[in-house]
Design a protein around this ligand. Structure first.
Ligand SMILES: [Zn+2]
Length: 427
């Protein structure tokens, strides 16, 4: 279920997520340190399967009709092959079901030089022929959404929790980078470490690339900062977002798309959006980014007395976008409504209030790139915000899982998930 409360936009005041509150460390040390070689669970939870590929489509015309040849690649033993003609009459592809013989229909084995004879002259009706090969694997949006695993999100938060700060938690900060890097690599992504200097330290954004098949593919980004302020285990801020980004990566990376999807863990967000600022100025300008989903605290819900004084004490997620990002914002709302049950989405158009700029999406907004600020409301909902009590056991993982599902549906549909291979030839 999705609902909008635009009127709330004028009354929401979000304090800066990037500003540390002074709060004594708990002194309990870093829970659950990452063992660098340890990855919980199998490296792949679900089957990887490639979309069939049709190449080398050729046509030989004769008085008896047309013969087509093509190469067919797939990792399944048999696929379905169908023929479509581009109708001269109405300009649409229509399936041609009769007068074919050869490697067409069900149960076609992949291989080179597949042959199809078309026994009837059809060239007066069609200007082009399209050969489509489908392996029958389910790549629908509901199927992807169902692959999102709450257990994997819980596991990731447990693995990385602890102070991840360049001064007070540099070891865990470094281990967290390695963990994200390793997860990207295990799911077949190419990984870039975007390094930059800031004051006396070196920041590192970890980028996982799942490249699209289009020759000039556009880019879609799912981002989350992985650093913390100096005194908090940062479960909600922002392991919830980091784990959500990793789970979206695990699901989305199992499929092929026209566009490229990039997953980014940003560094030094808490020091003033440093990592994202460097990314936008040094890398994003060379990309064609269609949209960005920024997970910034997606783990906390509260209606109990502990949150009674907090303005956003409820169980909805806030989907905040500037006017230039409205189409993306509405797309996210609709995906939540269509594919995820019982997730309240408060969809808000940012009205210039600086409190809406409190995370990495703001740099993308400034660069004219559509971006969503997906947040539980930070200190307006979470009493543990930037405190040593921002711990694993305060999170609502059902909530996080639903948000990740919504993002997966949004990004998969925008990226153009490929369900079948095809080749086209003029006749
Ligand atoms: Zn944050």
């Amino acid at each position: 279920m999705s609902f909008r409360k635009l009127a709330i936009a004028s009354v929401i005041i979000l304090l800066s997520c990037a500003k540390a509150e002074k709060e004594a460390p708990s002194g309990t040390g870093i829970p659950n340190p990452i063992e660098s070689d340890e990855i919980i669970g199998p490296s792949h939870d679900f089957e990887i399967n490639t979309v069939p590929i049709v190449t080398e489509l050729r046509i030989i015309s004769s008085e008896e009709g047309n013969t087509f040849s093509f190469d067919l690649e797939d990792d399944d033993p048999e696929v379905d092959v169908k023929i479509y003609g581009l109708s001269i009459e109405n300009g649409e592809y229509v399936e041609i079901t009769s007068d074919w013989a050869g490697d067409v229909g069900t149960g076609i084995a992949p291989g080179e030089n597949k042959i199809i004879q078309w026994t009837q002259q059809g060239s007066t009706d069609y200007s082009k022929i399209k050969v489509v090969a489908n392996d029958g694997r389910d790549r629908s949006i509901p199927y992807l959404v169902n692959l999102v695993s709450k257990q994997r999100i819980i596991s990731d938060v447990g693995q990385m929790t602890g102070i991840r700060h360049y001064q007070s938690g540099p070891n865990l900060l470094s281990q967290t980078r390695d963990y994200i890097d390793k997860q990207f690599g295990q799911y077949g992504l190419s990984v870039d470490r975007h390094t930059f200097s800031w004051q006396s330290t070196q920041g590192i954004n970890i980028i996982g690339n799942h490249l699209g098949s289009s020759p000039n593919s556009n880019d879609l980004l799912i981002i989350a900062h992985y650093d913390t302020v100096g005194n908090t285990p940062g479960a909600d801020d922002n392991l919830s977002g980091t784990a959500g980004m990793l789970e979206a990566m695990r699901v989305l990376s199992q499929f092929e798309y026209s566009e490229s999807i990039r997953f980014i863990g940003f560094d030094l967000e808490e020091q003033g959006l440093i990592g994202s600022s460097r990314y936008v100025s040094e890398i994003a300008q060379n990309q064609n980014i269609m949209g960005v989903v920024n997970f910034e605290m997606i783990g906390y819900t509260c209606r109990s007395p502990i949150c009674a004084n907090l303005q956003l004490a409820d169980t909805s997620i806030y989907n905040i976008a500037n006017p230039n990002s409205s189409t993306l914002r509405i797309n996210f709302d609709e995906k939540g409504s269509s594919y995820v049950s019982n997730l309240g989405i408060v969809s808000v158009e940012a009205d210039g209030d600086p409190n809406f700029r409190r995370s990495d999406h703001a740099l993308f907004w400034d660069a004219g790139i559509p971006a969503l600020f997906i947040t539980d409301g930070a200190n307006f909902r979470n009493p543990h915000y930037h405190k040593s009590s921002d711990s694993f056991d305060t999170l609502d993982f059902d909530f996080t899982t639903k948000i990740v599902k919504t993002a997966v549906a949004t990004i998969a549909s925008l990226a153009g998930i490929k369900t079948a291979g095809e080749a086209i030839i003029g006749i």
